[in-house]
Design a protein around this ligand. Structure first.
Ligand code: IMP
Ligand code: MG
Length: 172
């Protein structure tokens, strides 16, 4: 039986999002902010983050897939849903669920750069350090962990657990 251990309660998540949303609201108060959520993992995070950000902003999505059905990145990343909003000349913040090796974010960054945003930064719910292979800068991170496979609050394992309101460590 898979074992779930809670590492962030929904209240913890709420507090961390509120903190980071204040920073983002301050940093982008002069800009044209567009949040671009990476599907599917970031769907819950971007919904709460967007509501907590107190400046005008727009929301778009991009879909990428890299994991297949396991807990290790396959390294082969594909666009499963093209960007659905015009970001040329805008201040874009990529909203991601979790950064692990960094390959996915590097891929999304390069994809979005091809649309010529004015600025491009990264906000991730979880910054997981241990397996980092690509030197991506996570400008805003709600929570840092060193290792483990996490599920809940949008994060999945084989498409399961995304609906859980808290974040858990999954032991298979
Ligand atoms: P990366 O390319 O190795 O950085 O992997 C990033 C993507 O893999 C994230 O967008 C997640 O969708 C997925 N991922 C990485 N670690 C986890 C985890 O602990 N739980 C669930 N998904 C994960
Ligand atoms: Mg993801």
């Amino acid at each position: 039986m898979p074992e779930l251990t809670e590492i962030l309660s929904s209240r913890d998540i709420e507090l961390k999002i509120s903190e980071i949303a204040s920073k983002i609201s301050e940093d982008y108060k002069q800009g044209n902010l567009i949040l671009v959520g990476a599907l599917k993992g970031a769907f819950m995070f971007i919904a709460d983050l967007a509501r907590s950000i107190k400046i005008p902003s727009q929301i778009g999505f991009v879909g990428v897939s890299s994991y297949g059905s396991g807990t290790e990145s396959t390294g082969k990343i594909t666009v499963t849903k093209q960007l659905d909003i015009d970001i040329e000349g805008k201040d874009v913040l990529i909203v991601e669920d979790i950064v692990d090796t960094g390959w996915t974010l590097q891929f999304i960054s390069n994809y979005l750069k091809s649309f010529n945003p004015r600025t491009l930064k990264i906000c991730s719910l979880i910054d997981k350090r241990e397996r980092r292979e690509v030197d991506v800068v996570v400008d805003y991170a709600c929570h840092k962990v060193s290792e483990g496979f996490l599920v809940g609050y949008g994060l999945d394992h084989n498409e399961n657990y995304r609906n859980l309101p808290a974040i858990y460590h999954l032991k298979l």
